[in-house]
Design a protein around this ligand. Structure first.
Ligand SMILES: [Zn+2]
Length: 461
């Protein structure tokens, strides 16, 4: 398993920016007689790459062995990086492009999507067409490894748990349609009239698309769904994704240099040793330029073809990113699909309120007062859980930022409280105006908790 992740620290940093939590799927009030479908976060579904007799499992990328990667690095990047080190100047950005292309080849080539937003290679998520009770021991262990659902199972019974699985870098509309079909399957399989769904992190963006499919089909969500329990959902994407797409990585990022590079370089093997040496020798300006070029190449050559990744771009960043990446000839089908999702994202609140009006119970669990990773310019301007800004997970709750109290003369722009005379939604920490979120009565806030720790919180579990 000692693949050379560390060599690829920069892109992993981007990917980590959208890494989902290991959140858990149960509220204290759950109805144990209605089956629940967990819609996991990014890279929490087992996904396999098939090529002839060769099968590779995501972890989360389908990476080759370290020696193969070192071989590629020596072939493609050794001379440009050598020139950069010798001359202390990256002529024509040759080293930057060599590193960027190597990263793309190693990390994203197997997950590449085509101009229709479909995988080029044979990539498939493992599908679970049974309740948890009837899955193999291997599949059960894999799922519990991703998300600690044991408490849920103890309460509701393993026959009432279903796990929806999807390839996180694939196609949004196909994935949401598969989820729609899976809901019909679970109803039939369990004999229940309705199901609960539990969208976690990236699963929140898939749920946006799902609700839009119901709207497009002229069906009420309430015909199939009893309850939606959102867990740190990326309902309006992640600013980390949107700003990296729009502006690139923050230069001299504290997180990259002090947290992510060292963490990723931690393992002791040849590649990390080499990369460590290179990082120490190169001036920061060159590293920053390599990072900028890498981000550009990875988005233009790979990421812009993944409509599930477009689902993580906030609506505030999408129009500019659309101009930058989606107007080239040949990308018309990607553009149409990304635009479709953007509409679903903009309709998210309206679709949720419609579902609620139709009788669906809706809950939301969010974390706040944990700074966004310092990868993008506005990391300090928003409240967040490390990965996703509070505005996205909380359906619009207002906050000035981490540890920034609302001033005494603060006047809310609006309130979504259903009974302001009798409810008190005051944040004891004075940081969030809970009433500006879409569902103040049924949104649960966890102070100082980061995205990835959500799953180990006893209260949530
Ligand atoms: Zn209220």
């Amino acid at each position: 398993m000692k693949k050379s992740k560390k060599a690829l620290a920069l892109v992993l940093a981007v990917i980590m920016s959208v890494m989902c939590c290991s959140a858990v799927a149960q509220a204290a009030t759950a109805n144990e007689y209605i089956p629940s479908i967990v819609i996991p976060g990014i890279f929490q579904s087992e996904t396999k790459y098939y090529e002839g007799a060769k099968v590779q499992t995501n972890s989360p990328f389908f990476m080759d062995d370290t020696l193969d990667i070192v071989g590629m690095a020596l072939t493609d990047a050794l001379i440009p990086i050598g020139n950069l080190l010798i001359h202390q100047e990256d002529k024509d950005e040759q080293a930057a492009y060599a590193v960027a292309n190597l990263l793309g080849e190693v990390l994203l080539e197997k997950s590449r999507c085509d101009e229709n937003g479909k995988f080029v290679h044979d990539i498939r998520a493992t599908k679970y067409n049974d309740s948890f009770r009837d899955l193999s021991a291997y599949d059960q262990e894999y799922i519990l490894d991703q998300i600690p659902l044991q408490n849920y199972i103890d309460i509701a019974g393993e026959e009432n748990l279903y796990f929806f699985s999807y390839a996180s870098l694939g196609n949004m509309i196909d994935t949401a349609q598969e989820l729609y079909d899976f809901i019909q399957f679970v109803k039939a399989d369990s004999g229940s009239d309705k199901v609960n769904i539990v969208p976690i992190s990236q699963g929140g963006s898939v749920a946006n698309a799902l609700l839009q499919i119901y709207a497009d089909n002229g069906r009420s969500v309430a015909e199939d769904i009893h309850r939606i329990l959102y867990i740190v959902p990326a309902l309006d994407g992640s600013i980390l994704v949107g700003e990296i797409y729009q502006y690139g990585l923050l230069d001299d990022s504290y997180e990259l240099y002090n947290t992510m590079f060292p963490a990723l370089m931690g393992e002791d093997d040849m590649m990390s040793y080499l990369v460590n040496i290179i990082l120490r020798i190169l001036p920061n300006a060159d590293i920053n330029n390599i990072l900028d070029v890498a981000v550009k190449v990875l988005i233009e050559d790979y990421m812009r073809y993944s409509t599930l990744l477009w689902g993580l771009c906030p609506s505030g960043n999408y129009p500019a990113c659309r101009e930058m990446y989606l107007l080239d000839e040949g990308l018309e089908n990607i553009l149409a699909q990304a635009d479709w999702y953007y509409e679903a994202q903009c309709n998210s609140d309206a679709n949720i309120l419609q579902a609620k009006a139709d009788g669906v119970e809706i809950f939301d669990v969010v974390d706040y007062n944990y700074p966004l990773y310092q990868l993008v310019d506005s990391y300090d301007d928003v409240n967040a859980d490390g990965i996703i800004q509070l505005d996205s997970t909380s359906m619009g709750a207002f906050s000035l930022g981490v540890d920034k109290k609302l001033p005494a003369d603060y006047v809310p722009t609006h309130s979504n409280c259903e009974d302001p005379q009798n409810h008190d939604h005051t944040d004891p920490n004075g940081i969030v105006d809970v009433c500006t979120g879409l569902l103040p009565e049924t949104t649960f806030y966890f102070y100082n908790q980061d995205h990835e720790k959500t799953g180990s919180n006893d209260v949530i579990m």
